[in-house]
Design a protein. Structure first.
Length: 106
C-alpha cells in the first residue's frame, strides 16, 4: 500500500519534531559570540564531533523533510486528478479508514 496524504503528513510531523529537537544546539550557538563557540565546540575532538554529528543530522532531516513535502504535493495533485476523473477515492491509494476504537479493559 502506498502512503496516503495523512500518513505522509504524519511522517512529516515526526521529521519536523526531530529536526526541531536537533536544532536546539544551533539556537544556543546563535546567542553567543565566536569566542564562546570556539571554546565550546572547537577545543577538543569530542566537541568538534558533537557539532559535526548534530549539523549532519539536521541536514539529513532537512532533506527528508523536503522529500516528504514534495511527495505530499504530488499525492495531493494525484488525488485531485483522480477525483476530477471520477475515480473512487476510498481506496488504499487515497483514503484509508484506519479508525480504531479501544475499549477500556477491566
Amino acid at each position: 500500500m502506498s502512503d496516503t496524504v495523512g500518513s505522509l503528513v504524519d511522517k512529516l510531523f515526526t521529521v519536523d519534531t526531530k529536526m526541531w529537537t536537533n536544532q536546539e544546539m544551533l539556537y544556543v550557538i546563535r546567542k553567543h559570540d565566536f569566542e564562546w563557540f570556539k571554546n565550546r565546540f572547537l577545543s577538543d575532538d569530542a566537541s568538534i564531533l558533537e557539532l559535526y554529528e548534530t549539523l549532519k543530522k539536521v541536514c539529513d532531516l532537512n532533506i527528508q523533510r523536503q522529500l516528504l513535502i514534495t511527495e505530499i504535493d504530488e499525492r495531493i495533485v494525484k488525488t485531485i486528478e483522480a477525483g476530477i476523473a471520477g475515480r473512487d477515492l476510498h481506496t488504499p491509494n487515497f483514503i484509508v479508514d484506519s479508525h480504531k476504537t479501544y475499549s477500556g479493559g477491566g
